[in-house]
Design a protein around this ligand. Structure first.
Ligand code: HEM
Length: 155
């Protein structure tokens, strides 16, 4: 297993290189929206210009979340998990793979130093956030299953 700090350094510099030309997030949304009619339907009423700023911010938190997150970063991730959960926007777990693949594709287009090792490092960082969002998708996740008032239909 690679040293986490090394992964964080690599993706941090990769994102800095991508941000020099400012197209990585546009490319990401182009790929993500084209990835499935379900994704396009979920985002049909979204102000994409506003969303692009929010995603830039979220990506920075995603990197911090992978390694030694602050209380602010954890709170940010919990807020994203809550808005994406079944009881809110109902972002189904299978859609996260499309998010990750669109992001890796956009990085490959925008980072001149992109290579298979860096792809693996980004994948590790994104998977860490995705695993958390999916674990909190359903209020009846293992974390809350023991609380019958929050999870009346748990089996
Ligand atoms: C790691 C993956 C993801 C991250 C980090 C992420 C992050 C965010 C953030 C920061 C926001 C704005 C604040 C909020 O509503 O919580 C947002 C909104 C949203 N996200 Fe995600 N998201 C992810 C995956 C997805 C996926 C897979 C979908 C599926 C279509 C999705 C659909 C949406 C929608 C519909 C909104 C609301 C946009 C609006 O306000 O109109 N997200 N996301």
């Amino acid at each position: 297993m690679q040293d986490r700090q090394r992964i964080v350094n690599a993706v941090y510099h990769s994102y800095a290189r991508c941000r020099l030309n400012n197209t990585v997030i546009d490319d990401f949304y182009r790929y993500f929206l084209a990835s499935s009619p379900k994704v396009a339907a979920k985002l049909k009423n979204t102000d994409l210009e506003m969303q692009k700023h929010l995603i830039d911010h979220a990506i920075r938190h995603m990197v911090l979340f992978f390694d030694n997150p602050s209380v602010i970063t954890v709170a940010k991730m919990m807020a994203i998990a809550k808005s994406h959960a079944k009881s809110a926007m109902n972002i189904e777990p299978e859609l996260y793979r499309l998010w990750r693949d669109a992001w890796l594709r956009a990085l490959a287009d925008n980072d001149p130093h992109f290579n298979p090792e860096l792809a693996g490092q980004w994948r590790a960082v994104v998977n860490h956030t995705i695993a958390t969002l999916i674990a909190l998708y359903d209020e009846c996740s293992p974390a809350t299953r023991q609380e019958p008032d929050k999870c009346p239909n748990a089996t």
